[in-house]
Design a protein around this ligand. Sequence first.
Ligand code: DX5
Ligand code: ZN
Length: 218
Amino acid sequence: MGTPILAPSMLAADHTRLAEDIKGVESAGCTWLHVDIMDGHFVPNLTFGPQTVADLRPKTDLFLDVHLMLDNPQDFVEHFIKAGADQVTIHVEPDYDVSACLAKIRSLGAKCGVVFNPGTPASAVEPYLDEIDIVLAMTVQPGFGGQSFQASVLEKTAQVAAWRQTRGLDFRIEVDGGVNAENAPLCRKAGVDTFVAGTAFFKSADREKFRQDIETLA
Ligand code: DX5
Ligand code: ZN
């Protein structure tokens, strides 16, 4: 299991002043930024596009963890990687060639991962475990920030962590949705090493302490 990393979600930032809010992510000592991309079809909301990533890229050295919530991610991965994404994660639920899309992400020089929703079984990501850098388990139905964490998803992260161990693999396991200081230790016990937090991070009175509390979990 990797050392814990906090990835604040830009969705919870002020969208009229992203660059300033990202400086706040850096000054809290974070190294990652989670960027949610929604298409209004796979999820009922819209957020950012490749231009947002391209404009942020020269302003920050944060590792840009781009989470594509799209029906047709294969049509967009190149745009986001050329814009500066360091990692691109794609959902397993839509009907497209997931393995080919992962290979495309890698061939373009970025890290890659698969994402699955709370209602999707862990078996849906199992075929890809030796092709990826990260598995992202959604702990809310994707589409909106500020929802309640679904603890039942941790049974699936524990299963994925067991596969990781038995197969001698070293991909990261990330959770996204409703993650906060109270449930992060439970996630850690269930094999999680990468913690997305939007609302809890941006509303925290002491963001540096919030980061430290998560990144020092045993
Ligand atoms: C939800 C997004 C999340 C969201 C998490 O669809 O994928 O990344 O920003 O926000 P919080 O932490 O507020 O649940
Ligand atoms: Zn996300």
